[in-house]
Design a binder for this molecule. Structure first.
Ligand code: IDP
Ligand code: MG
Length: 160
């Protein structure tokens, strides 16, 4: 009784995952979605989207002072991205693990970046770095009505 009660009180978080323009151009969209889908997280938002300059700058505002910032923005707006919202207990940290280190050459094999990329400036995928930023970024990239609340058929087979 008690462990079940504790488990049911676990915080459900949300994270913003984005297939970057290189991921889309290289035909890796299905692969990227698949990693999170197979893990057992719940997809609540999904769209192909051409990001405008001001949104890219807002999304990466914490990096504004960095020397690579202009090239980063140029990269993010260079073609369509795939915007995703994923939900689950521990989803933010787990997604960062599935994605791997920022520099793909340092990312572990088995991670998305470790398996599919070779350079920091073309690292295929974004994932929020905290539950707060997950919420902030989902609100930034999705409009009201673009997110779905639903119960996956597999839910009782994923968590006791
Ligand atoms: P993260 O995506 O792993 O969270 P951040 O440090 O938040 O990494 O940087 C955001 C993005 O900025 C990276 O994913 C990468 O695309 C780009 N970036 C970070 N550092 C560099 C760099 O030194 N050179 C070029 N691009 C960089
Ligand atoms: Mg980051």
């Amino acid at each position: 009784f008690l462990p079940h009660l504790v488990a049911s009180l676990e915080q459900v978080d949300e994270t913003y995952i984005m297939g970057k323009p290189d991921g889309v151009q290289r035909g890796l969209v299905g692969e990227i979605i698949s990693r999170f889908e197979k893990k057992g997280f719940k997809l609540t938002g999904l769209k192909l989207f051409q990001c405008p300059q001001d949104l890219a700058e807002e999304h990466y505002k914490d990096l504004k002072g960095k020397s690579f910032f202009p090239k980063l923005i140029e990269y993010i707006v260079s073609g369509p991205v795939v915007c995703m919202a994923w939900e689950g207990v521990g989803v933010v940290a787990a997604a960062r693990k599935l994605i791997g280190a920022t520099n793909p050459l340092q990312a572990e094999p088995g991670t998305i970046r470790g398996d599919l990329a070779v350079q920091t400036g073309r690292n295929v995928v974004h994932g929020s770095d905290s539950p707060e930023n997950g919420k902030r970024e989902i609100a930034l990239w999705f409009k009201e009505g673009e997110l779905c609340q639903w119960t996956p058929a597999q839910a009782p087979w994923l968590r006791e």
